[in-house]
Design a binder for this molecule. Structure first.
Ligand code: GDP
Length: 605
């Protein structure tokens, strides 16, 4: 297959490289895309976090214009027809860009804020890039925030840096070197792009200001050169179809359409296509192919141009019937011969099964459902970082069978009997079914909201469980009676005590270990400095009242026990378990030590 693919490659005709932007939140990814595309989508997005998918083609002419600013760049050397830039920055869209397990993204731009260095999502992105073997360049962004920096987007960034004041140069050097070290700590060697003699070993860094435009010419020039030098074989146009569904969208008047990245090969009107669906493989015929005008986004409403045939690499909107259940993040196949159809259908379905079964799950955890493989992957990554386990995953709308699967957790760990539904619909009857089954469904279109909802719910559950178990949680304490402060010697015993160790809580049963664990009653009130309290801590002196409501003969201070005998909480195996499960954080290390001591003294196994 590879030989056949090679044979059909044409090294004189290069396709546009597909470019993705990754990095930590707020490093300037969206701004970077805006600056490269000279559009502004930042304001219109939900919660400021862009989650829709489209692509922008930046034609060679526009690239030449921008790259001119980089010194030593020869505009006549540009052989690629342009860039195909994925509009949505971040992990999710990068993860959606896959074909048969490998990445469709040819070059990634990893944006790092020069003022912040490597941040958690930078490192996540870095890992993902290394795992997929995707080449990338680092945009060291926000150089304009160096104190005293003077901007000039028309100049080569390296020459321009040299012309800055010595303070600016010094600050740049310090910050840059710190970031080089941070990359090294993540096993990546980096070097400034104008000094990088070995791009196989060293990842290039380009200083930029996405905000003002400084360094953007250098960044683009670097990607052009790198693509043509290092990726020529990969970018050689190939007739074998390589096409991935990025997004499934329902549009007024057009029905459900799929936005695809056509990397290689040609799509034509009338082609029979095979796609992966949530309910099985989907086979349909291309009715029309749409693309926006150059330097416009595919998802801007209206203004589409119609095509009978389109050659990669392009972002294309495909119109066909029956695309409702298509799963984004997987390939689109074209059936050229009728005997291929069944094979392609089986292949399409296997893609999803393979992707879902390859995800490692825990025996106990939430049920996660997402609209695309990319968003699922991003969400799972996120849950992992939040230490929220998941036991099952699925793609597409929430069905009753998903609710049933999630309900299986009710027996194991009820807090996980819930579905985190990311950007997928839940029908009313499914919701009603879930209510009956006691399965909570959390729905959101922004990952962070979903997480917030789940965490709030978890906290609610935790507090409820504490309330339910409060009466069973016996906190450990050791008390010493103050003999001059015994106000009542029998039921109720009222006396002053020092809390030698542990925590004294209202409701605690008290016994005397030195008198064969004699039970004397339960703490019914605590006073500290004449003020009623529910809890007192080690070192404090309080007045307590011990009542015995069991009906047994009351135990008498001075006869059954004296101030020479310590009083302690009568803990039990059960109370220890309750404390461990629900009140672990209420007890400190000393308290847990005391529990161990009391276990011995009271002979608890
Ligand atoms: P994203 O979350 O990575 O997409 O970051 P945005 O593109 O939304 O940028 C986050 C904030 O940083 C916005 O307020 C931008 O205006 C600002 N920003 C982005 N790039 C630069 C830059 O080069 N310089 C400065 N000073 N601010 C920037």
């Amino acid at each position: 297959r590879r030989a056949a693919a090679m044979a059909s490659r044409n090294f004189d005709v290069l396709r546009s490289p597909v470019i993705c932007v990754l990095g930590h939140v707020d490093t300037g990814k969206t701004k970077m895309l805006d600056t490269i595309r000279r559009t502004n989508v930042q304001l219109g997005e939900a919660g400021g976090i862009t989650q829709q998918i489209g692509a922008t083609r930046v034609p060679a002419e526009a690239l030449k214009e921008r790259c001119r600013k980089a010194r030593n760049f020869d505009p006549d050397s540009v052989k690629i027809p342009g860039f195909l830039i994925i509009d949505t920055p971040g992990h999710e869209s990068f993860a959606n860009l896959r074909s048969r397990g490998s990445s469709l993204c040819d070059v990634a731009i990893l944006v790092v804020d020069i003022m912040h260095g490597l941040e958690p999502q930078t490192i996540e992105s870095l890992k993902l890039l290394l795992k997929r073997g995707t080449p990338f360049v680092v945009a060291l962004n926000k150089v304009d925030r160096l104190y005293g920096y003077e901007s000039n987007p028309q100049k080569d960034i390296y020459q321009h840096l040299k012309a800055q004041s010595s303070n600016v140069q010094l600050e740049f050097k310090e910050r840059y070197e710190k970031i080089v070290t941070e990359f090294a700590e993540n096993s990546v060697n980096v070097a400034l792009s104008n000094q990088n003699k070995n791009t196989d070993e060293y990842v290039s860094i380009v200083p930029t200001s996405a905000f003002l435009g400084d360094g953007i010419g250098n960044l683009l020039a670097y990607i052009v050169d790198y693509s043509q030098d290092k990726l020529a074989e990969r970018l050689a146009f190939c007739t074998e179809l390589d096409c991935t569904v990025m997004e499934v969208r329902s549009l007024p008047g057009l029905g459900t359409t799929v936005d695809v990245i056509l990397l290689n090969g040609t799509l034509k009107r009338g082609d029979i296509i095979v796609l992966t669906g949530t309910e099985g493989p989907i086979c349909s015929e291309i009715r029309d192919l749409l693309m926006p005008a150059p330097l416009r986004e595919i998802r801007v409403k209206g203004d589409y141009e119609h095509y009978a045939s389109i050659q990669g690499a392009q972002g294309v909107k495909v119109l066909a019937k029956g695309l409702d259940n298509v799963v984004a993040g997987l390939p689109l196949f074209v059936c050229r011969r009728s005997d291929e159809l069944e094979v392609l259908k089986a292949d399409a379905q296997k893609q999803l099964e393979k992707a879902l079964t390859s995800i490692k799950k825990k025996p106990e955890g939430v049920y996660v459902q997402a609209s695309t493989l990319g968003s699922l992957e991003a969400l799972l990554e996120f849950l992992k970082s939040q230490k929220i386990p998941y036991s099952n995953v699925n793609i597409g709308p929430v069905h009753k069978k998903d609710v049933q699967k999630a309900a299986a957790m009710l027996d194991r760990n009820a807090e996980f009997a819930c579905i985190l539904a990311f950007d997928v619909p839940v029908d009313r009857d499914v919701q009603q079914f879930a209510d009956r089954e006691n399965v909570r469904i959390f729905q959101a279109n922004i990952i962070y909201h979903l997480q917030d909802n789940f965490i709030n719910y978890r906290e609610e559950l935790r507090l409820k469980r504490r309330r339910d178990n409060e009466h069973l949680a016996i906190f450990p304490c050791r008390l010493r009676i103050m003999p001059q402060n015994v106000f009542n010697a029998r039921n109720p015993i009222v006396c002053g005590v020092t809390i030698v160790k542990g925590q004294l809580k209202k409701g605690t049963p008290i016994c005397v270990p030195s008198k064969e664990k004699l039970f004397i009653g339960t703490i019914s009130s605590i006073e500290r400095n004449h003020e009623v309290v529910d809890l007192a801590k080690s070192g404090e002196e309080v007045c307590i009242k011990i009542e015995n409501t069991t009906g047994e003969a009351p135990k008498l201070y001075g006869r059954h026990f004296t101030d020479k005998d310590d009083l302690v909480s009568r803990i039990t195996r059960e109370s220890i378990d309750v404390c461990k499960t629900h009140f672990r954080d209420d007890l400190g290390q000393q308290d847990w030590q005391l529990i161990v001591e009391l276990k011995k003294e009271l002979g608890i196994l």
